[in-house]
Design a protein around this ligand. Structure first.
Ligand code: ZN
Length: 141
């Protein structure tokens, strides 16, 4: 399997079998993200305590890229601090925009790269970044 196939496999896996796809009971932050270009709608639920993202889940409907993106994001962000989450958001932003970033900083980087692969399809970038921008609105507060 080459890297392109691996990336495709990750997106298909998370798009068809999304992780953390339910509403957690004890959330204290919630935000809906909407991408009018594609119609993707994603509700994020977070339980944040002492600047730690202790739990995160989502519900929503959208194209396979938007669902894969939010699924991968919940997996990577869970149990991270707000600061770490913002850092990961920045790295993802750099990948999407084809800018340089510090490779050693996070695990599961290949999953972010798989998502970042959509930069080849500019109309899908909003699908891939929707969940992340919605997250950022919550954790910037
Ligand atoms: Zn979409």
């Amino acid at each position: 399997m080459n890297i392109k196939e691996l990336y495709q496999e990750i997106i298909i896996d998370h798009g068809t079998n999304p992780r953390n796809n339910f509403k957690i009971k004890n959330y204290n932050y919630n935000k809906t993200g909407f991408n009018p270009l594609c119609g993707d709608t994603i509700d994020l639920y977070l339980f944040i305590e002492n600047n730690n993202i202790k739990d995160i889940s989502f519900q929503g409907q959208g194209c396979s890229i938007s669902i894969a993106s939010v699924s991968i994001m919940t997996e990577i962000i869970k149990n991270k601090t707000i600061k770490e989450a913002l850092n990961i958001f920045n790295i993802f932003n750099h990948i999407i925009k084809n800018k340089k970033y510090n490779k050693s900083e996070i695990d599961n980087l290949y999953k972010l790269k798989a998502l970042g692969n959509v930069k080849k399809f500019p109309t899908r970038i909003k699908c891939a970044t929707l969940a992340w921008h919605t997250l950022k609105i919550i954790i910037k507060k």
